[in-house]
Design a protein around this ligand. Structure first.
Ligand code: TXA
Ligand code: MG
Length: 330
């Protein structure tokens, strides 16, 4: 595995590596992805192998331009077109009918495909240099915390990837919002880096009800599995602002959204070996950006337990709460 800085020469090499069937760890604005040529069945199969990911889990296909979509998907309606024009590039994945040329291994045999146009300049350059569309699941071993730095990718996947391009820490920090455009109203399958409010500002009402755990849904979108993004240390979740109700035992860490209010300080003081605030002001964008990094750090910190409090329900709150819930003991 080679760890490369994002010089133009290296971006070209990374793109060529994908074009030749290799696997590239690349930064996007959400999390690091494990990029492969979406039309190369062997390369895509390697991605599943590298992640130890069950093959029923469909992948997101990434493009570096609006035109790039046409090889992969059929834009199903006006709302989808509007979202592509208004919110792309950005942390929004749209589920659309697929083109028949897309290999079944990419979509797990579904007749739809997940499309994303990331905004990160490094991801865009690598995809453009590859000359193809790029499958990129989060670059972590299946079920473990998502990577938000090149170091996380190197630590988790090591020599199972050919090249990792270091683009620094990811600015959004949680995965893209996955929105099903094949139903009306469109339905959020995974809350993520694009807040529901921003989507509704463009196309009006969308279905924000939890996509649920029904077997059929879990099969269609396995990112909905209950346990996912999980640290090895047991994580327990309390309501927003309710850290006082935690019952830590042994050496435990507290993970709070913020702010470091007098009441939460009093609630954690003396009861936790470490209290970590995701934002000193309670800003949910900042909290999301640092979420996986904080979980990685706490997981490596030798704690017996992590107690986390939920975020509020606006903006990136649902995305943060979804990740915390999936990281928690049920
Ligand atoms: O932010 C992101 O989306 C990152 C970066 C690397 O782009 N990628 C990512 O990929 O999170 P992954 O593979 O970890 O998650 C893909 C999610 C899964 O929940 C999967 O089930 C869902 O998208 N998905 C993919 N194709 C689908 C489809 N055709 N229908 C429904 N859900 C689909
Ligand atoms: Mg993932």
């Amino acid at each position: 595995m080679e760890l490369l800085s994002p010089t133009d020469e290296n971006l070209r090499r990374a793109g060529e590596c994908i074009a030749h069937g290799g696997l590239v760890g690349l930064p996007t604005e959400t999390v690091y992805g494990l990029g492969a040529d979406a039309f190369n069945v062997r390369a895509v199969a390697h991605t599943f192998e590298a992640k130890a990911r069950p093959s029923f889990d469909p992948l997101i296909v990434h493009v570096a331009s609006l035109e790039g979509v046409d090889r992969v998907a059929v834009v199903p309606n006006k709302k989808a077109r509007l979202l592509m024009e208004s919110l792309w590039p950005g942390p929004l994945t749209l589920i659309m009918p697929r083109k028949p040329e897309v290999p079944d291994i990419v979509t797990s045999g579904l007749d739809t495909v997940a499309m994303r146009f990331p905004s990160h300049p490094v991801a865009r350059a690598i995809i453009a240099y590859s000359g193809t569309a790029v499958t990129a699941p989060s670059a972590n071993p299946f079920g473990y915390l998502s990577p938000t730095t090149a170091f996380h990718v190197a630590q988790g996947l090591g020599d199972r990837v050919d090249i990792i391009v270091d683009g620094g820490p990811c600015s959004v920090g949680v995965e893209s919002t996955v929105l099903d455009m094949t139903v009306d109203p469109p339905h959020i399958l995974r809350p993520g880096g694009m807040p529901a409010e921003a989507i509704e500002a463009v196309i009006g009402f969308i279905d924000k009800s939890p996509a649920g755990e029904a077997a059929s849904v879990a099969k269609a979108s396995p990112g909905l599995l209950k346990s996912h993004y999980a640290p090895r240390t047991p994580l327990y979740l309390v309501k927003s602002g309710a850290i006082a109700f935690a019952r830590p035992e042994g050496k435990a860490a507290a993970l709070l959204i913020g702010p470091a209010s007098a009441s939460s300080f009093a609630a954690t003081e003396g009861r936790f070996a470490l209290t970590r605030y995701l934002s000193s002001t309670g800003d949910l964008v900042e909290a999301a950006a640092g979420l996986f990094t904080a979980l990685h750090e706490l997981d490596a910190g030798g704690f017996g337990q992590i107690w986390a409090e939920r975020a509020g329900d606006h903006g990136l709150g649902p995305a943060i709460n979804d990740r915390l819930y999936k990281a928690s003991k049920k």
